[in-house]
Design a protein around this ligand. Structure first.
Ligand SMILES: [Zn+2]
Length: 348
């Protein structure tokens, strides 16, 4: 144990053990939205006891087993389903999903903080998105998940540097919340959701940010690219070179005051590359708690997504370790910092 005792704040968790009644509701809701059913289903009744039991059995157990203290929790990303038509449907779905996160947070305030799903749709309007963001932050949420490609693999939305998005960036700046840039499920058979679409989107968005001037125009905006930043750290030289070709400042100036990557990289060599390429001030501990890859690595005997283990093995100095596990998260999510200060000391 070093001199600095840090909380282990996992910035990337999804509620992936939803009650069956929620999944059934969503299936019926999508059938209605797509015209396959004439019955608009009523929202399901989900009791606190049911939520408490599933979270204790899954997310809390895994926090204890792996040594994390608090998970920044959002609805299941692949189920956001922004490609489904009708923004009223998207709003109903986002509200329902976000309210479950709020209830879990209320049941276990030391173990979870909330990040919200936004009611985006293909060619949709930003007004309902802003309204839901505002509502959730009013309910204590500390950030949002933003889908850069609501079409689920068609990439029909404007790039994130396009001024079309400005009302959202302005709202996030005013509310002082960051966004994790996170796509939903793939609608393309050629694009596997967690193995193809997620990592491709992370990489595509990184390049959008290189190309544009988003942070020049919104200097206090903060974005997190998950899954270790997709291919960006591995191809850092390409992006540094492209920035020069495009007449942009060095990436450290152009992006890295505002852009953060998580540690959802599922092997030791990948984590070592991440920490070698990216300044640790830009790295947030994340694991996708109850996540994308649920298997044990036969080479190590440990779960692939137990990412704390890989970071622990780096032998970081105390200050760097504190930054990656706690300090950076408090800086990127100021509302989380306030919540933690209000709660007092660590949970264990
Ligand atoms: Zn995720």
């Amino acid at each position: 144990m070093g001199l600095v005792t840090s909380l282990a704040i996992d910035c990337h968790g999804h509620f992936t053990t939803e009650p069956e009644s929620l999944r059934a509701f969503r299936a019926a809701q999508v059938a209605f939205a797509e015209g396959r059913s004439t019955r608009r289903p009523p929202p399901p009744e989900i009791e606190d006891d049911e939520l408490r039991a599933t979270v204790e059995r899954n997310q809390l157990r895994q926090q204890r087993e792996r040594g994390s203290d608090l998970t920044i929790l959002s609805p299941r990303a692949s189920a956001m389903g922004h490609h489904v038509p009708d923004q009223d449907i998207a709003t109903e779905w986002a509200r329902l999903s976000n309210d479950l996160i709020r209830r879990i947070r209320d049941l276990f305030p030391r173990n979870f903080a909330g990040v919200c799903q936004l009611p985006q749709t293909v060619d949709g309007d930003l007004d309902p998105v802003l309204a839901e963001l505002e509502r959730c932050v009013g309910n204590g949420f500390v950030g949002c998940n933003l889908n850069p490609d609501p079409s689920g693999g068609g990439w029909s939305a404007p790039p994130l540097y396009d001024r079309w998005w400005d009302p959202l960036w302005q709202a996030m700046t005013r509310l002082d919340v960051p966004a994790m840039v996170h796509v939903s499920g793939s609608c393309r058979p050629a694009l596997h959701t967690t193995g193809g679409h997620y990592l491709a989107a992370d990489t595509a968005v990184f390049m959008q940010l290189v190309e544009g001037d988003l942070f020049e125009r919104h200097p206090t905006l903060r974005l997190i690219i998950p899954h270790g930043g997709g291919a960006a750290p591995y191809h850092w030289g390409r992006y540094r070179g492209l920035a020069i070709m495009l007449g942009k400042p060095p990436l450290s100036e152009h992006l890295m005051h505002n852009l953060f990557l998580d540690t959802c990289v599922y092997h030791q060599a990948g984590i070592e590359t991440l920490f070698r390429v990216i300044d640790p001030k830009n790295l947030l501990f994340g694991s996708e708690l109850l996540g994308a890859v649920r298997a044990d690595d036969p080479e190590t005997g440990h779960p692939f997504d137990d990412t704390k283990r890989y970071i622990d093995a780096l032998g970081l100095d105390d200050a760097t370790r504190h930054a990656v596990f706690e300090g950076n998260a408090r800086r990127v999510y100021p509302r989380l910092d306030t919540l933690l200060n209000d709660l007092g000391g660590p949970s264990r």
